[in-house]
Each structure stands twice: as structure tokens, then as C-alpha cells.
Design a protein around this ligand. Structure first.
Ligand SMILES: Nc1ncnc2c1ncn2[C@@H]1O[C@H](COP(=O)(O)OP(=O)(O)OP(=O)(O)O)[C@@H](O)[C@H]1O
Ligand SMILES: [Mg+2]
Length: 454
């Protein structure tokens, strides 16, 4: 990954913004620490100066100027490290004792003053001093001060430590931001590469999921699930398209060869009429198949939700049963129905009728003579149950999922007419109504239950 694109990465810019905010606040904190340190040190210097001065003034009170002069001289000599400044002067400003040789101009007036001295005691020493001038009884003046050199050293040591700390933090922040954003950019780039591969036609390509189980992994997981679903749908569409092409080609070929044969034949009116009638029946059949496909597609797309209305299921069951009764009778099948009264759901009346009719149609169609078909409506443990049971050959357990797909017909029933679309519509209608569809063994025969949860 080129470094330029890494620096443009949102994550890196975000890390830099946080680092900026952090640096500013760290600098503010540093300034506060530095300021309060110097305040504390100065306060300590003042305390020392005042303690020193109070000792001296005690002596002045007890032994007068002579005693003070002695003490100042003594203390000046004792201050080998040259940290404390003493200067005692008479009313005319002449030096009496102390380790300073001239009165600093900044300390002329009584009170605190800050000044620089260049000579102290025996040798040369340039240092900044914080001192206080006291007026003594009789016109004499006393200056007591303390060098700020130590304070300055402590302060600069603290500042240096804080400065290094800040520099290290900024450095770590930049390195950390670089490393984390490189990691993020790599993950995003890997995702985008996968997406590009998919766009390029490799539908089986999936995003890598790491061990970390982080948010990228959950995004990749959702994406992979989405791709699985898309692939399943695309494959479904492909299968349906293949099936449509295959299933419609046979009747169309048949239709075409019939016309061909008729044209080649004797050509009398009767044979033309027969050929036309058969062609019409085939065309009707083709149209019915198209209509069934379109109905399933429109039900699956959920466009029909706005047709929902209260549907009394007992009436619906009675209507379907009555519709199929003549056909069942003709085949020698005993068709019975039993409905718990007053059961009703919100739904599409037309589609529910069509679904129940498809199930009854199958039951009557696939059950051999002298069999039974029973339509029932009752409230079960899971909700309202609409069931169609027959005593026919049934569907083997392993084929029960497959027969719900479009155009799927079992080999054993190929001799009976049909397109393999009836159960697909039933499943689509069940889904539209939030109902479960169960294909079970009726021992013998098949029992199909539609369960509407209440
Ligand atoms: N009651 C049943 N008993 C035995 N087999 C059945 C029964 N119902 C459905 N099948 C099997 O499931 C297949 C699919 O049924 P479906 O209703 O979808 O299509 P079809 O009946 O073949 O054609 P169509 O309903 O479109 O006219 C049937 O071809 C048949 O093999
Ligand atoms: Mg059918």
C-alpha cells in the first residue's frame, strides 16, 4: 500500500486529530504544572527569607545595631554556598556588614524585589535574587535575599522532563496512528479487492474473516451472508430460466410438428379442425403455465400485500371441496371435509383459494381410485391449521423439499399431466401470509399442512 494513500486514510487523519487535541491539552497541563512549580518554589524562597529576617530582627531588638552587625557578618561568613544575600547599611546608605558590596538599585524601597547581582562575598557570582528590604529603627536598612539559581535549576529540570514526555507521547501517537490505520486500511482494501473480484464475475469469492471477531469481521460476515443469498437467488433464477426454456420447448415443438404434419397430410377440413383444436388446447396449456409463473413471481415479490382482507377459512374450504367433489367422484375417490366454524385470517382470498385448490388438485390427481382425500380446518397448538390429506403414493421424505421448487415433478408421476408449479405457488402464498408449510407422511399418502400462527 503506497504511504500516500495511508496518510489520506480516514483512520490516520482521525488518529492525527486526536493526537492534536491530546497534544494541546498536554501542553496546557504542562504549562500549568510548570507555573505552579515555580509559584511553589518562589513561595518557599520567600518563606526562607522571612524566617531568616525574623531571626535577624530578633537580634536587633535584643542587642541593637551592634548585635545585628555581628550576626549579619557571622551569617555572611557561614553562607559558604553563597545562597543567601545579606546587606546591612546605615542611614546614609553606607555598608555596615553583609556579603553584598553595593545596594541593588531595584531593592531601594522597603518590600520584595527581584534583582541580579554580579558579586557576592569573596568571589564573582552572577545570579538572580529574590530579596526583601527592611527599614530598621534609627534609619538603618537590612536586605535579606536568596538566590533563585536552585529554583531555576529545579524548574528547568521539571520542564525538560515534561517536554521529553510530550515529545515521546507525540511520537508514540504518530507511530500508533500509523500502525492502527495501516491495519484498518489493509482490512478495507482486502474487502474492496473481494468486492472487485465479485464484480468481475467471481461470484464465489468471499471476504476473509479473522480470528479477532471485530467489527470488520461482523461486516465481512454480513457481506458473505448477503453474497450467499444473492448467489442462491441468482442460481435459482438461472435454474428457473433453464426450466422454463426446457419445459416450454417440449409443448412448442409438439405444437409445431403437429402443424407441420397436418400441412403435409391429406388436407381435409376435418383433419384441419382436429389439428386446430389440439393446437388451441396446447396454446391454452402454455398460457396457463405462463400465468402460473407470473402469479408465483408476483406473490413472491410481495406486491399483493395490499389485497389483504378478512378471509373466513371455513367458507373457503367448503368452496374448494365443492369444486373438486365432481372430479373426485368421477375417479372413485371419497372426498371429505371438516371445518371448525368461525376461523378467519387476514389474507388474500383469491390466493388462499388458489393454494388450497392446488393442494386438493394434487391429492385428487395423484390418489388412485378408491382412495380418500380429506380437507380439514382446525385450531392446533401452533395456530390455525389448514390440511389436505390423501391416501395416495405420498412423497418420499427426501423429495419433500425439492417438490416445492418450480417445475419439479417426481418421476413416478410423470404420466399425469402437470407443470410442477402447483406446490411452488402454495409455498409462495404460505410465505406471503406468514404461514408454515409442512409436507408429512399420512401413512399411507401425503398430508400437507398450512399453519397460520395467531
Ligand atoms: N398429493 C400428492 N401425492 C403424491 N405426489 C404428489 C402430491 N402432490 C404433489 N406431488 C408430487 O409433487 C410434484 C409437484 O407438485 P406440483 O403440484 O408442484 O406440480 P404438478 O402437480 O406436477 O403440476 P401442476 O400443479 O403445476 O399442474 C408432483 O409432480 C408430484 O410428483
Ligand atoms: Mg399440482
Amino acid at each position: 500500500m503506497p504511504p500516500a494513500s495511508l496518510f489520506r486514510a480516514t483512520s490516520f487523519r482521525l488518529a492525527l486529530s486526536y493526537l492534536g487535541i491530546f497534544t494541546v491539552s498536554a501542553m496546557a497541563l504542562l504549562a500549568l504544572v510548570s507555573w505552579s512549580t515555580s509559584m511553589f518554589i518562589e513561595w518557599q524562597v520567600q518563606e526562607t527569607v522571612e524566617a531568616e529576617a525574623s531571626g535577624l530582627s530578633e537580634q536587633f531588638r535584643e542587642r541593637g545595631l551592634v548585635g545585628l552587625t555581628e550576626l549579619v557578618g557571622e551569617r555572611s561568613r557561614q553562607d559558604i554556598e553563597r545562597r543567601t544575600v545579606y546587606l546591612l547599611a546605615d542611614g546614609e546608605g553606607r555598608r555596615i556588614a553583609g556579603n553584598l558590596f553595593g545596594w541593588p538599585s531595584a531593592a531601594e524601597n522597603p518590600g520584595w524585589a527581584r534583582f541580579v547581582i554580579e558579586r557576592m562575598g569573596e568571589g564573582r557570582l552572577v545570579t538572580e535574587v529574590l530579596g526583601r528590604t527592611y527599614e530598621l529603627a534609627g534609619g538603618a536598612r537590612l536586605l535579606v535575599g536568596r538566590s533563585l539559581a536552585d529554583a531555576r535549576r529545579v524548574k528547568s529540570a521539571i520542564n525538560r522532563a515534561l517536554g521529553w514526555g510530550l515529545a515521546l507521547t507525540v511520537l508514540l501517537g504518530i507511530v500508533g496512528g500509523y500502525v492502527t490505520s495501516r491495519h484498518m486500511v489493509q482490512r478495507v482494501e482486502s474487502m474492496s479487492r473481494t468486492a472487485t473480484r465479485i464484480v468481475g464475475g467471481d461470484m464465489g469469492s468471499r471476504m476473509r474473516i479473522s480470528e479477532a471477531h471485530d467489527e470488520f469481521d461482523s461486516l465481512a460476515d454480513s457481506f458473505n451472508e448477503m453474497m450467499d443469498e444473492i448467489q442462491r437467488l441468482v442460481e435459482g433464477i438461472r435454474t428457473v430460466t433453464d426450466n422454463i426454456a426446457h419445459d416450454l420447448r417440449t409443448p412448442l415443438n409438439r405444437l409445431r410438428s403437429r402443424i407441420d404434419l397436418t400441412l403435409l397430410g391429406a388436407g381435409d377440413t376435418e383433419s384441419y379442425r382436429r389439428a386446430l383444436e389440439e393446437t388451441l388446447a396446447d396454446a391454452d396449456n402454455l398460457l396457463a403455465t405462463f400465468n402460473a409463473i407470473l402469479t408465483i413471481a408476483s406473490v413472491e415479490s410481495g406486491q399483493r400485500l395490499h389485497h389483504f382482507e378478512p378471509c373466513p377459512l371455513d367458507r373457503l374450504l367448503g368452496d374448494v371441496a365443492e369444486l373438486y367433489e365432481p372430479l373426485a367422484e368421477e375417479k372413485g375417490i371419497a372426498l371429505s371435509w371438516q371445518a371448525e366454524p368461525g376461523l378467519s385470517i387476514e389474507g388474500d382470498r383469491h390466493l388462499l383459494f388458489q393454494a388450497l385448490a392446488n393442494l386438493t388438485d394434487n391429492a385428487v390427481k395423484y390418489t388412485p381410485a378408491a382412495g380418500t382425500v380429506a380437507l380439514t380446518l382446525a385450531t392446533g397448538a401452533e395456530g390455525i391449521e389448514l390440511a389436505v390429506a390423501d391416501s395416495g403414493p405420498g412423497i418420499p421424505a427426501e423429495a419433500r423439499g425439492k417438490v416445492l421448487e418450480r417445475f419439479v415433478r417426481l418421476d413416478s408421476t410423470r404420466s399425469t399431466p402437470g407443470n410442477g408449479l402447483g406446490l411452488s405457488l402454495v409455498q409462495a402464498v404460505a410465505r406471503l401470509h406468514g404461514a408454515g408449510l409442512r409436507l408429512e407422511d399420512n401413512a399411507p399418502g401425503l398430508r400437507v399442512r398450512m399453519v397460520f400462527p395467531v
